[in-house]
Design a binder for this molecule. Structure first.
Ligand code: DX5
Ligand code: ZN
Length: 224
């Protein structure tokens, strides 16, 4: 089943509760939280205190996408703050297996994120441990960027591997997911659809979310 994950990166940070509630009314089912450290990516966003505050104002799962170095040092704090899912970048985790065990041991669902230029095969050994794989369809760091088309092939490849190996991880896509790209990513095999700018970048967030989800469901052949 496809799900829409509103990314608060493009929301109004002074009105996060209001914006998350609007996206939820529009059909968003998981809140995507972008954590940037100014080192791994050239931007800084938020940390555990904001996750803790979000935890108080929504019952939706919080999907924390860590775009940070030294993730092991911060995973306990994100878990304690209320993160339900934590994903770390393959490119930022030299001891990925250890990092995933740390996430799991904190009772949080683990994911790994791949930058556009990283091949999906690098995850071969850890796929059975994962709740989700996040395919970046832009280079991480900023909202509102243009979708990179070659990432569709990576989604297809990952969906094939999942089927061949009989695994259960979910496939998430993040970056440039909007009205003109959402059908393609769904058809390629993604089911967790992150959208920041397309939900919060203008107009009515509730309506934007509803329209995006409808387009995704139509592409997946699901009835609303
Ligand atoms: C980018 C972030 C994304 C971002 C996507 O580094 O990981 O989650 O919010 O934004 P849009 O949907 O605007 O491309
Ligand atoms: Zn993200």
């Amino acid at each position: 089943m496809v799900e829409l994950l509103p990314s608060i990166l493009s929301a109004d940070f002074a009105n996060l509760a209001r914006d998350v509630a609007a996206a939820e009314r529009g059909g968003g089912t998981v809140v995507h939280v972008d954590v940037m450290d100014g080192h791994f990516v050239p931007n800084i966003t938020l940390g555990p205190p904001v996750v803790k505050s979000l935890r108080k104002v929504t019952n939706l799962p919080l999907d924390c996408h860590l775009m940070i170095e030294n993730a092991n040092d911060y995973i306990p704090a994100f878990a304690e703050a209320g993160a339900d899912w934590i994903s770390v970048h393959y490119e930022a985790c030299p001891h990925l297996h250890r990092t995933l065990e740390l996430i799991i041991n904190h009772g949080v669902k683990p994911g790994v994120v791949l930058n556009p230029a990283t091949r999906v095969e690098v995850l071969e050994e850890v796929l059975p441990m994962l709740h989700h794989v996040l395919i970046m369809s832009v280079n991480p760091g900023f909202g509102g960027q243009q979708f990179i088309p070659f990432t569709l092939e990576k989604i297809r490849k990952l969906a094939d591997i999942r089927e061949q190996r009989g695994l259960a991880f979910r496939i998430e896509v993040d970056g440039g997911v909007a009205h003109d790209t959402i059908a393609q990513v769904v058809q390629a095999g993604a089911e967790l659809l992150v959208a920041g700018n397309a939900v919060f970048g203008g107009g009515n967030a509730e309506q934007n979310a509803r329209e995006l989800l409808a387009a995704a469901r139509a592409a997946a052949g699901e009835t609303a």
